[in-house]
Ligand binder design. Structure first.
Ligand code: ADP
Length: 252
């Protein structure tokens, strides 16, 4: 443990550039995706990613509630991201706080840009993301889960949306931060990628990076997204090959 002022901070990077959990700077945490995990939903997916556990359920296209949100020439995409009160170490106040509202909004906007909404006028596509266990990167795990759930529901989209956060720890750009790295690191940059076009449809940033670091972080995030994309596609392929619930497990 090193110390900054009165605050004890863990060593985030060893001399040979290994991270707290032994990963290298460009390595993802282990990722498992189960497509079609829920019976009731039109589409669903369960994502276990490092210590994160996130369930996504999709309903629709269905009637719009509340009715006044209905749009004549396309479907609307509504998203609710929620962190369970038991999902974090310190008990979180249950319910939708400002952080959850912000995350719900950016995720809905990301999906609006890839869903062919004009195919379903006057309907709503509802995406529910429930974080059961949180360990940093939950909005990205939520995007990955929701994306597989949307595909499982048969919603037509330009592409799946792999998503990952890149950060800066001990002055180095690192892929897929875990909790301690997010808490004590210098920056956090979640992103979501449309793999076919290379377009970023979600990009947020907390902390500080130079221009060069930002460019390095974007490159690392894009290559991370491409690895995640492979896991997402195999989860869906297994689901349909098996004709039921399928789990794809890829140790990154
Ligand atoms: P993300 O989960 O997308 O990285 P944040 O950067 O806002 O989003 O949060 C990082 C991590 O901090 C979360 O994954 C979770 O482990 C923890 N966290 C977030 N909000 C709370 C909260 N209200 N109470 C306790 N821990 C929280």
């Amino acid at each position: 443990m090193g110390s900054v002022g009165a605050k004890e901070v863990p060593v985030l990077l060893t001399a040979d550039q290994r991270r707290i959990d032994g990963r290298r700077l460009d390595e993802l945490r282990p990722l498992k995706i189960t497509a079609g995990a829920l019976k009731q939903a039109d589409g669903s997916a369960f994502v276990e990613w490092g210590l994160n556990k996130v369930m996504a359920a999709v309903y629709g296209p269905r009637e719009v509630h509340p009715r006044h949100l209905q749009v004549n020439d396309k479907a609307i995409v509504q998203c609710r991201y929620n962190m369970a009160a038991f999902s974090v170490d310190e008990r979180k106040r249950p319910g939708l706080d400002r952080r959850s509202q912000e995350i719900s909004k950016v995720i809905a906007e990301a999906f609006e840009s890839v869903i062919f909404a004009e195919e379903y006028p006057r309907t709503s596509i509802d995406v529910y993301i429930e974080v059961l266990q949180a360990n940093a990167g939950t909005r990205c795990a939520g995007v990955v889960a929701a994306s597989v759930a949307l595909a499982d529901a048969g919603i037509p989209m330009v592409d799946l949306l792999p998503s990952v956060a890149v950060g800066k720890i001990d002055g180095h750009i690192a892929l897929d931060l875990k909790k301690e790295e997010d808490n004590f690191g210098e920056a956090d940059l979640p992103m979501a990628l449309v793999p076919q076009s290379g377009r970023l449809v979600l990009l947020q940033m907390e902390g500080h990076m130079t221009r060069d670091e930002l460019s390095q972080a974007l490159d690392l995030g894009v290559s991370g997204c491409r690895q995640i994309y492979t896991v997402m596609k195999s989860a869906l392929r297994e689901r349909y090959d098996a004709g039921g619930v399928a789990r794809t497990e890829v140790a990154a």
